[in-house]
Design a protein around this ligand. Structure first.
Ligand SMILES: [Zn+2]
Length: 389
């Protein structure tokens, strides 16, 4: 069999961007391509399928078959381009003015391409410490794809030690982010004419109690002393927010339905679950009061995402590694959630470092500066160098 061509990071990126892996659609054509590319270089990869098998995560290991790998983690999905006006085709990498335009170039197929390049390079050159790659799905819809992928990896590969999550950070070291969770809330009331108010249940007025609970909790949180871990963030505390609400039929009918969405952004050092359970307990209390009036009344909760915080690790290995490779001695935090907290929760040391600026993510004409992509390439060259020593 003739030796397969080894692609440059840029050539890999061109391939990855051509797959329109919007989160609602399948990512399998991309996964097939990655699997074939790695196989053509003698690297076996593994899949973890989602429930309906329309999507898969892919992970692979090179180097000695032992624990302690460095893990390069990226997601394969991208946000939609619907309703956006693009200057060039979003599914083709177009270089102009020192920028690589295309959906996902910044968030985060640029890093994925660099990680795939590094894996092949590490395999061909031979490394003393193993390197793994982990490419997830469904990151952009609440980071729901990574936890099952991480669990599956641990059943198949020797456990890795330090995970680098390549979300766009301008190649700076990021060692913390807030965690969070969100609930779609459906309050089901009981309709009566409003003149008979005590005999009905207004879903809107009961929903308002839950929203006021969130307001009260925000006030209590903001009045409490700040924890040292929280002070790195702006704002330096956990926040609860209701971003949409709908319900009711007429001014003189107690509302049968009220729907709203509540999200919580939780600082490191606090458990997302503590806040989530406090809300669930309040829902149960209000629901019981509603049902005392009308047994048909109810509150349904649908939890649509949950991401643990990334907590800075004093002396953490991933952060130290990324510092050595970038020369960046500061450490920052970011306000967006990533899969880093999920790797950390599963027992990995985790830090974020990737090319590009999060400001360009999800935008029309998303771009990645060529200089960032090149800096990412040098980062991967130094990583492989270090693993080979
Ligand atoms: Zn991302």
């Amino acid at each position: 069999m003739p030796a397969a061509p080894t692609l440059s990071p840029r050539q890999i990126l061109d391939h990855l961007v051509k797959f329109p892996t919007v989160s609602r659609d399948s990512n399998l054509p991309l996964v097939d391509w990655v699997e074939d590319y790695l196989a053509s270089h003698g690297i076996m990869s593994h899949r973890h399928w989602n429930e309906d098998r329309r999507k898969a995560a892919l992970f692979a290991h090179v180097g000695p078959w032992e624990e302690g790998a460095v893990v390069l983690s990226g997601h394969t999905d991208v946000v939609p381009v619907d309703g956006q006006t693009w200057t060039s085709d979003p599914w083709t990498v177009t270089e102009r003015d020192g920028r690589l335009y295309g959906r996902g170039t910044c968030d985060m197929k640029g890093f994925d391409a660099l990680a795939l390049w590094a894996l092949v390079e590490a395999h061909q050159r031979g490394v003393k410490r193993p390197l793994q790659i982990a490419l997830s799905y469904d990151e952009e819809v609440g980071c729901t794809g990574a936890p099952p992928m991480i669990a599956a990896m641990q059943g198949v590969l020797p456990k890795g030690a330090a995970a680098i999550i390549g979300e766009p950070s301008l190649m700076k070291v990021i060692n913390g982010h807030k965690g969070g969770t969100g609930f779609h809330v459906h309050v089901k009331g009981f309709e009566v004419h409003s003149s008979l108010l005590p005999y009905g249940v207004s879903a809107i007025m009961e929903g308002a109690r839950l929203i006021q609970w969130a307001n009260d909790r925000n006030a209590a949180i903001q009045a409490a002393p700040r924890s040292p871990q929280a002070l790195a963030f702006d704002p330096p505390f956990t926040t609860l927010h209701v971003g949409m609400i709908a319900g009711g039929t007429a001014h003189n009918i107690t509302a049968a339905d009220c729907r709203f969405a509540l999200e919580m952004r939780v600082v490191p050092g606090e458990e997302v679950e503590t806040h989530a359970q406090a809300f669930i307990a309040e829902v149960a209390r209000i629901e019981a009061a509603m049902q005392a009036i009308r047994p048909e009344a109810a509150i349904h909760l649908d939890r649509f995402f949950g991401v643990p915080a990334l907590t800075p690790e004093p002396g953490g290995e991933a952060e130290a590694l990324v510092r050595r490779l970038t020369g960046d001695n500061a450490a920052g935090v970011v306000s967006y959630g990533t899969e880093a907290g999920q790797f950390q929760e599963a027992g990995y040391s985790a830090a974020i470092c990737g090319p590009g600026d999060i400001a360009q993510a999800h935008q029309a004409d998303e771009w990645l500066a060529l200089s960032e992509f090149q800096a990412g390439h040098r980062f991967m060259q130094r990583l492989v160098e270090e693993l080979a020593r």
